[in-house]
Design a protein around this ligand. Structure first.
Ligand SMILES: NC(=O)c1ccc[n+]([C@@H]2O[C@H](COP(=O)([O-])OP(=O)(O)OC[C@H]3O[C@@H](n4cnc5c(N)ncnc54)[C@H](O)[C@@H]3O)[C@@H](O)[C@H]2O)c1
Length: 347
């Protein structure tokens, strides 16, 4: 399946165990030198595969330890050093081959090296396939703050081969699944029902549906000033929970819990007619996703004070109206306290 992202002029291929689109793209750019950026886990599993589609080309592989700690300014500098030493120039390209960590740092390097060189994205986790590989956000963590330094910059081509998911562990699959549930709450009730009821998921279908939903929110708002913010459903609380759990809960798990709390708060505030948190909890149980986290509201508010989305003590929060529709409301930090309290489970 092919998706054309008209606004930013690139294609996304969604395939199963098929490098053809990638090879065609590389062939069209045969004069370029390539740097394949990946992490050590992914390299261990897929070195042969990388070698096979890069065969006969001028390329290097750059790998670093897997994990969020590699999304650092130090690593960013090292990659830039490598590119400079190897005389990469404007016509050369970066291939991000890995999960969101690889994608975020590679895109950031690509956007700043020589004021911008081409990059292509080959996401290998479910989360990166349905979220981070599109939308143009790149960056690194800095001073313990997530994505503190970064850029908006789009890939030239995205190659999604969901056969890579075969080697991904269940927890990382579910990390992506939670984001797919979020998309369903934003815009697509039938996607929700499909996830809830299907026993044999069609990945091509859920990846393409998710990407189309994400792209519809990014369209006309690349820089995240308006409707794109709806993609942050569950994220304010989710980021707080992720941080309070000392990252023992991952991003997807945390924003999943955040989405459940927002659905419960919406019902108690009269924004939704039904308590959709119950439907979400039922569906999440099927995927063994956590649905609850105990926290102290003051503690979480301390963490949330640093949230990039807060401006002049106000924050745009996203509230589910029903599964498939949300609204955005500008609320004060005090109102946020109330929303968080309402989101907690009384039982
Ligand atoms: N730019 C964006 O819009 C955006 C959106 C969401 C998340 N993110 C970022 O993405 C990052 C999280 O991404 P992630 O969940 O992909 O994490 P990740 O990149 O750390 O990958 C998770 C783990 O899976 C391993 N892995 C990757 N592909 C594999 C495969 N096919 N088989 C086996 N193991 C594999 C990795 O080595 C790693 O250990 C975070 O830094 C987050 O901030 C960015």
């Amino acid at each position: 399946m092919k998706i054309k992202v008209k606004d930013n002029n690139y294609f996304i291929d969604i395939v199963y165990k098929n490098d053809e689109g990638l090879i065609n793209y590389l062939d069209e750019n045969h004069e370029s030198k390539f740097l394949v950026i990946t992490d050590e886990n992914v390299l261990n599993i897929y070195e042969k595969r990388i070698e096979s589609f890069m065969k006969g080309r001028d390329y290097f592989i750059y790998s670093f330890p897997a994990g969020e700690n590699s999304k650092s300014i130090e690593n960013y500098i090292k990659i830039n050093e490598f590119l400079s030493k190897m005389n990469f120039n404007r016509g050369d390209k970066i291939i991000a081959f890995g999960g969101g960590v690889v994608g975020d740092i590679s895109g950031f390097v690509a956007s700043t090296y020589l004021r911008g060189i081409g990059f292509i994205s080959v996401p290998t986790t479910l989360l990166s396939m349905i979220d981070s590989s599109v939308g143009g956000k790149n960056g690194v963590n800095f001073l313990s703050l997530k994505n503190q330094i970064g850029s908006f910059y789009f890939p030239e081509y995205v190659h999604i081969d969901y056969s890579f998911l075969k080697t991904l562990d269940k927890r990382n699959i579910n990390n992506g699944m939670a984001e797919i549930f979020k998309y369903s709450v934003l815009k697509d009730e039938s996607l929700f029902k499909y996830l809830r009821d299907s026993d044999n998921l069609n990945y091509e279908k859920i990846i393409s549906t998710s990407l189309n939903i994400k792209l519809s929110f990014v369209k006309d708002d690349e820089k995240d000033k308006g409707k794109r913010q709806k993609l942050n459903l569950g994220h304010t609380l989710g980021h707080g929970i992720e941080s309070l759990s000392n990252y023992s809960l991952n991003h997807g798990e945390s924003i999943g819990i955040g989405t459940i709390y927002m659905a419960r708060a919406s019902y108690k505030l009269g924004i939704s007619e039904k308590d959709y948190s119950k439907d979400l909890i039922n569906a999440f149980n099927k995927y063994e996703l956590p649905t609850h986290y105990d926290f102290d509201t003051d503690e979480i508010l301390k963490v949330l004070k640093h949230d990039k989305k807060i401006k002049a003590n106000m924050i745009n929060e996203i509230f589910p109206v029903r599964i498939g529709e949300v609204i955005s409301k500008r609320i004060t930090f005090d109102e946020l306290r109330k929303v968080i309290e309402l989101g907690k489970d009384d039982e």
